[in-house]
Design a protein around this ligand. Structure first.
Ligand code: 13P
Ligand code: SF4
Length: 344
């Protein structure tokens, strides 16, 4: 009966984007997951990139990285199941050392998090002594531990401006850094990985970046946008700030995943091109049946894609995969995360 009610709810929301047999199958799974969640006193946090049936059935909260970090910080449940990627679950653990945090996949990484190590940050700090370091939340705990304050795509410019520093190191996403530099009127440079190299003080720069990229958003380019605008002159183009500054410049709006969702909801235009992960495109399409969503291609994040409903059920059943952060790293990383949450 419970599964039947979930099926009816999913059908109302997703009949146009998910086949009927899949809705039946996923409704049964969702009923089992919700029962396990209650038995184990768990909360499920679901990132906006989760596939439509999961996104619309089992999470207690859905949202972008910033919102879910806040929810992780607030929860009183014993177990946090993070339907997202590893750096998100790790952030939840950094904020909740006494709770069990589970990621429903043995490995769900992120090309940005993989792009930089704690040693890289140490080297940069030696090259630019005294310059505050802002790290994107899409990094691992040991990198966060080396930095002053974290940010997400939802608050990056606000975090940079809050520091009131002439120069800032911003890591590791070169595109997000480029977009923030533009927004805050700073000139950005990208140093080479040369140990011991000192920068000429005569150079005019206020931001120091790193060459990390999101493998999903890196695929979009300005030529694609021009082609779509030629075919559909009334299209509204919405891009995540992990896209290149040129792509963001050629778009009509750029914001965090939740910012993009709200923008489509609040805008009256009939047709949109979404430059982001394609499951979120499905979720936006489901929530806005009166609007047409164009997609350039089917770009699923291969890491977000690891999180399935079967794996989420098994996470709760078998307490897997447990996220651990060594305490000496956590106590340093938590300062950067809490500082970000305090900025808002
Ligand atoms: P948001 O913080 O905008 O949800 O983005 C996270 C992410 O990994 C986007 O690729
Ligand atoms: Fe990382 Fe890009 Fe996947 Fe987001 S979409 S988790 S930034 S690889």
């Amino acid at each position: 009966m419970f599964a039947e009610a979930i099926y009816e709810d999913l059908k109302t929301k997703l009949a146009d984007v998910v086949p009927e047999f899949e809705l039946h199958y996923k409704a049964d799974l969702a009923a089992e997951i919700i029962r396990l969640k209650q038995e184990r006193n768990a909360v499920i946090l679901g990132h906006n990139y989760m596939e439509p049936a999961l996104f619309h059935s089992i999470p207690d909260f859905t949202g972008d990285s910033l919102f879910l970090s806040r929810k992780a910080a607030e929860t009183d449940k014993d177990i946090i199941v993070f339907c997202g990627v590893e750096f998100m679950a790790e952030t939840a653990k950094i904020l909740n050392p006494e709770k069990t945090v589970l990621l429903p996949a043995a490995k769900a990484g992120c090309s940005l998090a993989e792009s930089i190590t704690a040693e890289d940050v140490q080297q940069l700090k030696a090259q630019f002594p005294g310059v505050p370091v802002v790290t994107y939340i899409n990094t691992y705990a040991d990198v966060k531990a080396e930095t002053d304050v974290c940010c997400t795509s939802g608050n990056a410019a606000a975090v940079v401006e809050s520091l009131k520093s002439d120069t800032i190191i911003f890591l590791p996403d070169e595109f997000l850094a480029g977009n923030v530099a533009k927004e805050t009127g700073k000139h950005i440079i990208f140093p080479t990985k040369t140990p011991g190299m000192k920068f000429n003080n005569g150079l005019d720069y206020q931001m120091v970046g790193w060459h990390g990229r999101c493998e999903v958003h890196d695929k979009f380019n300005v030529r694609d946008i021009e082609n779509v605008r030629q075919q559909f002159p009334d299209v509204v183009i919405v891009a995540h700030p992990e896209c290149s500054p040129e792509v963001v410049e050629a778009s009509d709006f750029s914001g965090s995943t939740t910012g993009m969702i709200r923008y489509v909801e609040e805008t009256k235009a009939p047709r949109y091109l979404l430059l982001t992960e394609c499951s979120m495109g499905d979720n936006i399409a489901a929530a806005n049946p009166d609007k047409e969503m164009l997609r350039l291609c089917s770009v699923r994040c291969p890491h977000m894609n690891q999180i399935t409903m079967e794996e989420t059920r098994d996470a709760l059943k078998y307490t897997q995969y447990v996220i651990d952060v060594p305490e000496h790293i956590r106590v340093r990383a938590v300062k950067a995360v809490e500082r970000m949450l305090a900025i808002g």
